[in-house]
Design a protein around this ligand. Structure first.
Ligand code: AMP
Ligand code: MG
Length: 410
């Protein structure tokens, strides 16, 4: 398992860059450094509504013995800051307004009492009180955004503050998705005669989108090498090709042979895991990475989780490629034969300081409901035969909302 994952990541390239409108950079990895063309804030300014003062004028001022001074002008945010304050004078000032020359501190409105053209100031502010310094956020020329940063809302706010409307980020992988099997129809197709809806195309496309990749659909191939070949050819321009089904050893399983015929170098076939054993991984020279996933709906999703997801993240320059894991206690006894690593779909329930995991019902690889209810995949190690009730285990978190406590609410 670990070996197969390392092999996949070893073959996975990091994609090139593209310049996009800044808003589209959300969730993507920056490939350029962005330095500031100016200081932010551009000038010393007031953090409060109140009065710009010279601190020295207010030495000893208090509620009991306020200092009374004339208010000689007013300066608002965006206002003119050229007028100088002389000793013994104050200026009315508002939040964000530039500190006038001569002033060095601000007394907040709450500590004053206005009296016509004068104001009673009831505190002796320390020098620089309530003054936001020019450049205290960013100095002119300073490098603020760095290559490798994952762009989030704060980065986009900062990019805007730096007057950037375009950002260079890693390209999103394009992923061609193929379903295959004579029994398959689309969700709006005719299911008479026991046809099966090709649900994998939809869960896999969503899993791709969930990590920022751009899926496109190659449709359902019949169990016919010529049809499979034609559809795979249509996906050769993608960065990644993901097929599901047709990778077992049955007479109707043609995917591997078609891939080889088209020149795909198969790197491995079969992984000691459950669900998902019959998985193919390969690579076209100057073409897509290929994940030939098993057809069973849970197998397709779980193999995507273990191999496709980290590869798609790596392509986009991401460095955290894996789901967070959580140590939990087993809420029930689990058993299996040794040999393959099992991914048990589990629901998690808070229990004291920790979490208890219980399987989400029938764990057959065809039972997609086991995924719809799963908060995570419990790792049941390859050689283990039993996990006793109460025993510790590790869960890959699919849904980290489960960590939210009721007490997290404000
Ligand atoms: P196969 O790998 O072709 O033997 O398929 C294994 C199982 O997965 C069969 O029961 C298929 O009907 C089912 N299956 C294959 N492809 C899909 C798909 N795209 N969506 C849902 N089930 C599928
Ligand atoms: Mg089939």
């Amino acid at each position: 398992m670990a070996e197969a994952q390392a092999l996949v990541l070893g073959e996975t390239p990091v994609l090139g860059a593209e310049s996009v409108p800044a808003a589209q950079a959300l969730g993507r990895v920056l490939v350029e450094a962005v330095a500031s063309p100016r200081a932010i804030p551009p000038a010393d300014n007031s953090a409060m509504d109140g009065y710009a003062v010279r601190a020295a004028d207010l030495a000893g001022a208090s509620q009991e013995s306020p200092v009374r001074l004339p208010v000689v002008f007013e300066v608002a945010a965006g206002g003119d800051a050229s007028r100088t304050l002389d000793p013994g004078q104050v200026a009315r000032i508002f939040t964000g307004a530039p500190i006038p020359p001569g002033a060095d501190s601000v007394v907040r409105q709450e500590d004053t009492e206005r009296d016509g053209g004068q104001v009673r100031l009831q505190v002796a502010p320390p020098l620089g009180e309530h003054v936001r310094r020019a450049g205290e956020d960013v100095r002119a020329g300073e490098e603020v955004l760095e290559p490798g940063m994952l762009v989030g809302p704060a980065h986009l706010g900062m990019a805007a503050a730096l007057s950037r409307t375009q950002l260079a980020v890693r390209r999103r992988p394009r992923v061609a998705i193929l379903s295959g099997g004579d029994e398959l129809v689309e969700p709006d197709g005719d299911t008479h005669g026991g046809k099966i809806v090709a649900s994998n195309s939809y869960s896999l496309a969503a899993q791709c989108r969930g990590v920022g990749a751009e899926p496109f659909y190659l449709g359902i191939a019949r169990d016919d090498p010529a049809d499979i070949e034609r559809r795979i050819r249509a996906g050769l321009g993608a960065d990644v090709l993901i097929s599901s089904a047709g990778v077992s050893v049955g007479e109707h399983d043609h995917i591997r042979a078609v891939l080889e015929k088209l020149g795909c170098a198969i790197r491995f076939w079969g992984v000691l895991m459950k669900p998902g054993y019959p998985m193919v991984f390969g690579r076209f020279e100057n073409g897509p990475l290929v994940f030939g996933l098993p057809g069973n709906p849970v197998s397709a999703m779980v193999t995507f989780e273990q191999f496709g997801r980290p590869a798609l993240l790596k392509m986009q320059g991401r460095t955290r490629l894996f789901r967070p894991t959580l140590r939990v206690r087993c809420g029930e006894r689990l058993s299996k034969r040794p040999g393959r690593l099992h991914f048990v779909r589990v629901e998690l329930e808070r229990d004291g300081d920790g979490f208890v995991a219980r399987a989400t019902g029938n764990q057959s690889s065809g039972v997609l409901r086991s995924m719809t209810r799963a908060h995570g995949l419990l790792i049941f190690p390859a050689e283990a035969e039993e996990l006793a009730e109460g025993e510790q285990a590790c869960v890959q978190l699919l849904d980290d909302q489960v960590l939210t406590e009721e007490s997290s609410r404000l």
